[in-house]
Design a protein around this ligand. Structure first.
Ligand SMILES: Nc1ncnc2c1ncn2[C@@H]1O[C@H](COP(=O)(O)OP(=O)(O)OP(=O)(O)O)[C@@H](O)[C@H]1O
Ligand SMILES: [Mg+2]
Length: 483
C-alpha cells in the first residue's frame, strides 16, 4: 500500500479537521505534518520539505492566500492545494493566480481530498513541462490501484458482461480510436470504480488515468483546466499550461459529473471525442491526442437535453457505449456480500479482524433502502467497526434499525456530541430510536444547510455545533450542500 511517500504539510487551524486529514492520509502512506497558522507553516518549512501543502484560506494571523508567495519561495517545487469554506469563483481564481495547483471547497470529503492530492502530485504544471509528448510525470506514475468490483447479483453479472464486450470491441479496434463510454448511476453506486476498471483492464492501462470532477471546478476554470492555454491567451496566462486532455494522452480521461458542464464546453468535448485532437486556449494548432474518454453522471441526461442544458449530439455520441450501474437496493444478496467484504477490509485496517455481523444487523442491512448506495454501506460499516466493542456488529452499530422508522424525536438528541466518541459501550439506545434520531438529525441538518444557502459556518452556528462536527455529519449522511 505504501507506494506514496510524499510529504504533506496541512495548514489548518481547525484541529479536528487537521487531525482527521492527517490520520486519513497517513493510512495511505503519506508523511503528514500539521501547522495551525501560516506563521507556524513557515517555521515548519525550516526542517520539513513537503511535496504538497494543503492550505486553508481562513487562518488566524496571516491569511492563507497572502502567505502563499512566502510559502512557495521557501518550499521550492512544492504544490499548493487551497481549501476554503466559501467556494466563490473569485476566490478560486485568486488561488490559481497565486499559484495554487488546485482548489477545494469545504466540507472536504476525505476521499475527494486524496484524489485531488494524487492528481496534483502527478500532474506536471505551468510550464514545468516543455513537451507534452514527454509527460513523464504522468507516465511514470503507477497505474491506479483497481479495487475489485464485488458482486454476483444479476445487475453485477450484466455489468461485467458489458465490460467484457467493451474489451472485445477494444481488441478488434486495436490501434485505432477507442470508443467513449458513459457510466450512469445514482450517487455512490461505484461509477468511479467502474471507470478505473475500464482503464486498468483495457489497452490504455499503461497510460495515465486522469480524472476531473466537472462539478468541483468553477465552470470558468474548467475549460482551461481541460484544454490548457498558450502563453498570453489571456491577461494572466504568463506561462503556457498543458491541459488535462493532453496530460491524459495515451491513457484515459475520466470526466466525472459531465452533466454539470456548460453547453459551450460540451461542444468542445464532442469535438475532442470526434476528432481526437485538442487546441489550447489561444493556440493556433490542433494537436492530436490519443486517449479514451470515460464520462460519468448521476443525472438523467435525457432530461437535461430536454431542458436545453445538455447537448443532444454529445449525449448520442457518449451513449454508443453506456454502462448503467444499478442502485444497491436492486442488488439482492450483494448487499450482504458487500457488507461482509467491507467488514473484513475495514476490520483489518482498524485491527479488529474477527468481527462478524449478528442476525439483527443482517436483517437491518436487507431492509434498509440504501439511498447513498455502496458508499453509504461502506461508511456505515466503517462507523460500526469503530464503534463495536465485542466481536459482533449489531444493527445499532450500523446506525440501522430492523423496524420501520419510529416517530422522530428531536428533543431526545443532543446536537453537540462528536459522534466518533458518542455511544459509550453499554449505553446504546434501541435500534428503532437510533434510526429515528438519525432521520430527524439528517432532516434538521439539511434544513439548516438549505436555509443558510449552504453556508456551513452559519448552519453550524445555528445548530449550535462546531463547523467540524457539522462537516463530519454532512459527509456521514451524504447531505447536499446547496450552492
Ligand atoms: N461493487 C463494488 N465493490 C466494492 N466496492 C465498491 C463497489 N461499488 C462501489 N464501491 C465502493 O463504494 C464507494 C463509492 O464508489 P464510487 O466512488 O465509485 O461511487 P460513484 O458512483 O462514483 O459515486 P458519486 O456519484 O457520488 O461520485 C467507493 O469506496 C468504492 O470503492
Ligand atoms: Mg464518483
Amino acid at each position: 500500500m505504501n507506494e506514496h511517500t510524499a510529504a504533506i504539510l496541512v495548514v489548518e487551524d481547525e484541529t479536528t479537521l487537521a487531525r482527521n486529514i492527517s490520520v486519513y492520509l497517513g493510512r495511505y502512506g503519506y508523511v503528514v505534518r500539521i501547522a495551525e497558522s501560516a506563521e507556524a507553516a513557515l517555521a515548519t518549512l525550516a526542517d520539513f520539505q513537503p511535496d504538497l501543502i494543503l492550505l486553508d484560506c481562513h487562518l488566524p494571523g496571516r491569511w492563507g492566500l497572502d502567505a502563499m508567495p512566502d510559502l512557495l519561495s521557501r518550499a521550492r517545487g512544492c504544490r499548493v492545494v487551497v481549501m476554503t469554506g466559501h467556494g466563490t469563483v473569485k476566490l478560486a481564481v485568486d488561488a490559481m493566480k497565486a499559484g495554487a495547483a488546485d482548489f477545494l471547497t469545504k466540507p472536504v470529503a476525505l476521499s475527494q481530498l486524496r484524489g485531488v492530492i494524487e492528481q496534483s502530485l502527478a500532474r506536471e504544471r505551468d510550464g514545468r513541462l516543455d513537451e507534452i509528448s514527454h509527460d513523464v510525470g504522468l507516465a511514470r506514475r503507477a497505474p491506479p490501484e483497481v479495487e475489485g468490483l464485488v458482486g454476483e447479483s444479476a445487475p453485477m453479472i450484466e455489468l461485467r458482461s458489458r465490460l467484457a464486450r467493451l474489451r472485445e470491441a477494444d481488441a478488434t479496434l486495436a490501434g485505432t480510436r477507442l470508443p467513449s463510454v458513459l457510466i450512469t448511476g445514482e450517487t455512490g453506486t461505484g461509477k468511479e470504480l467502474v471507470a478505473r476498471a475500464i482503464h486498468g483492464d483495457g489497452p490504455r492501462a499503461a497510460g495515465p488515468f486522469v480524472e476531473i470532477n466537472c462539478a468541483a471546478i468553477p465552470s470558468s476554470l474548467l475549460e482551461s483546466e481541460l484544454f490548457g492555454y498558450e502563453r498570453g491567451a489571456f491577461t494572466d496566462a504568463r506561462e503556457r499550461k498543458i491541459g488535462l486532455v493532453e496530460a491524459a494522452s495515451g491513457g484515459t480521461l475520466f470526466l466525472d459529473e459531465i452533466g454539470e458542464t456548460e453547453p459551450a464546453l460540451q461542444a468542445k468535448i464532442l469535438k475532442l471525442i470526434e476528432e481526437h485532437s485538442v487546441r489550447r486556449l489561444g493556440g493556433l494548432r490542433a494537436m492530436p491526442v490519443d486517449l479514451r474518454v470515460v464520462a460519468a453522471t448521476h443525472q438523467p441526461l435525457d432530461q437535461r437535453v430536454a431542458e436545453g442544458r445538455f447537448r443532444a449530439d454529445l449525449l448520442y455520441r457518449l451513449r454508443v457505449f453506456e454502462i448503467p450501474v444499478a442502485p444497491l437496493r436492486e442488488r439482492g444478496d450483494d448487499i450482504e456480500r458487500l457488507a461482509r467484504h467491507f467488514l473484513h477490509e475495514l476490520g483489518e485496517r482498524y485491527r479488529k479482524p474477527s468481527l462478524t455481523l449478528d442476525t439483527e444487523a443482517i436483517a437491518a442491512i436487507q431492509s434498509h433502502g440504501w439511498p447513498g448506495n455502496v458508499r453509504e454501506l461502506r461508511n456505515r460499516v466503517e462507523q460500526a467497526v469503530l464503534l463495536s466493542v465485542g466481536a459482533r456488529v449489531g444493527a445499532s452499530d450500523l446506525g440501522l434499525s430492523v423496524h420501520a422508522p419510529a416517530e422522530a424525536s428531536l428533543a431526545a438528541r443532543s446536537t453537540a456530541t462528536d459522534e466518533t466518541h458518542a455511544a459509550p459501550p453499554g449505553s446504546r439506545a434501541a435500534p428503532s430510536d437510533l434510526r429515528a434520531l438519525a432521520n430527524a438529525e439528517r432532516a434538521m441538518l439539511q434544513r439548516a444547510l438549505d436555509e443558510t444557502g449552504g453556508n456551513v459556518s452559519r448552519a453550524a452556528r445555528r445548530l449550535g455545533v462546531s463547523r467540524d462536527t457539522l462537516r463530519y455529519r454532512i459527509e456521514k449522511f451524504g447531505l447536499v450542500v446547496p450552492r
